[in-house]
Design a protein around this ligand. Structure first.
Ligand code: TYD
Length: 430
């Protein structure tokens, strides 16, 4: 087990874990446009991130007092609803906090933002469960200095402790609280600001911060997630949303698809889906899917997992089991021809989007032109659907998602399942 340099690690939120500038700037733009005011360039608007809003509306955009009050109200309206979600977690932070927990550190948050916003932000980005304690102001509550916030979030016997932050308030608070002050240079404060306010040490970026806290080599294994279901189940839309979400969490993502996902397999895809291949035998079809998969694993999936990325794959081996095994009636042979390539590369999680074949057909006909396999008739699609459902009962890696709701509802279900998988990083030290 790695020696921890600090047994207790306290983080600031904005500028240290998340970058909330975009949500702030967008909400300022909204307020100004609602008031019919001209909208300055982004470089000018960046000045709104940090200081008191009302002062910025008066100082930067020259609104009078009454207009500024109204601008703050409009700002809050948008920020409360969507702006806070436009934050992004700095790349590498999620894995680093997981690693701290894995090595037994006490992890806390001391922020001057409201407690509700802190909780909501950590929750949304899947980090809430990794924090032992959060201290932040509550409306109408005591006004606490940063030092008090830091002291209150430490455990009874904190051991060696540090405060990590990007602004002078964090460094000054750390010193007053008697903990080590670790400044980060990737947030909103400058080197000069942090040095002058007593930082004990500065870290240029997240990898440097990680080295300052843990002497392990980052060795997160990647995670492999496949998206499955009948044609028209909405998995491709959900995969795009999942990708965006994980990127916002600062996690490296590789998204890919089957058949295809690398140059050779994309050529096989063209052959498979071309309506000019109508005479193709079922066996040829199954072997081509397996062949494309073998190349795809080698060229795309394995290299991405080895570098620690999260791989999102639109269809994988379970599509062959459902379409060729059950749909075409080739049975267990399909599993056998896939075994060799797939055995060392099974998904950690397979999301099966469950939509009735009737609804799927309705959706498909309103979508673009059908490919050769989609044009299969009879009860082919019903067999495929039932095969997906019965796969869900065979192994823990499957997770059935009710795909009959709205895109947002389904997206939220997927998000929660992704968070569960990714925070297992914190326990999993394989
Ligand atoms: P896909 O690209 O998912 O099509 P769409 O984006 O239109 O949903 O998949 C193409 C077709 O290939 C689809 O009908 C399912 C089929 N397929 C199989 O029959 N076996 C397989 O192993 C795979 C990966 C796909």
């Amino acid at each position: 087990m790695t020696e921890l340099r600090f047994q207790s690690v306290v983080f600031d939120l904005d500028g240290t874990i998340t970058r909330s500038g975009e949500g702030i700037v967008n909400s300022v733009k909204y307020a100004l446009s609602e008031l019919g005011q001209p909208i300055p360039e982004d470089a000018v608007l960046a000045g709104f991130v940090g200081p008191e809003l009302r002062d910025s509306f008066m100082g930067i955009t020259h609104l009078d007092q009454a207009q500024s009050e109204e601008a703050v109200r409009l700002f809050r309206k948008r920020h409360e609803a969507i702006g806070w979600r436009e934050a992004k977690v700095y790349p590498g932070i999620f894995e680093m906090i997981c690693a701290l927990k894995r090595h037994g550190a006490y992890v806390a948050l001391a922020s001057s933002k409201s407690l509700m916003l802190c909780e909501r932000t950590l929750e949304y980005f899947g980090l809430r469960g990794l924090f032992d304690k959060i201290t932040a102001p509550v409306p109408g509550g005591e006004r606490l200095s940063k030092a008090e916030l830091i002291c209150r979030c430490l455990p009874e016997t904190p051991g060696k402790s540090c405060m990590i932050g990007d602004r002078k308030f964090d460094m000054i608070g750390a010193k007053e609280a008697g903990v080590y002050a670790l400044g980060v240079l990737y947030g909103y404060g400058s080197r000069q600001e942090l040095e002058q306010s007593g930082a004990d040490e500065l870290c240029q970026d997240v990898p440097a911060l990680r080295r300052a806290l843990l002497d392990d080599a980052p060795r997160e294994k990647g995670r492999f997630i496949s998206f499955e279901g009948s044609d028209g189940c909405g998995k491709s839309t959900q995969l795009k949303l999942a990708r965006q979400y994980l990127e916002d969490c600062g996690i490296e993502v590789v998204s890919t698809r089957e058949p295809g996902g690398c140059p050779i397999s994309e050529r096989i895809r063209a052959l498979l889906l071309d309506t000019g291949s109508m005479g193709m035998t079922d066996e040829c079809e199954a072997l081509l899917f397996a062949a494309a998969r073998a190349q795809h694993i080698n060229d795309t999936i394995k290299p991405a997992l080895e570098k620690g990325a999260v791989v999102l794959c639109d269809r994988f081996v379970d599509s062959s089991i459902a379409y060729q095994g059950a749909g075409r009636g080739l049975g267990d042979w399909v599993r056998q021809i896939n075994q060799r390539a797939v055995e060392k590369c099974l998904p950690d999680l397979t999301l099966v989007f469950d939509i009735s074949p009737e609804e799927a057909i309705r959706r498909r006909y309103s979508a673009s032109q059908a490919d050769r396999i989609e044009l299969s008739t009879g009860d082919f699609h019903r067999r495929v659907y039932e095969a997906f459902l019965s796969l869900c009962d065979t192994d823990q890696r499957f997770y059935k998602v009710d795909a009959s709701g709205s895109i947002e509802q389904i997206g939220e279900t997927v998000r929660q399942r992704l968070v569960k998988l990714l925070t297992e990083y914190a326990e999993d030290d394989k």
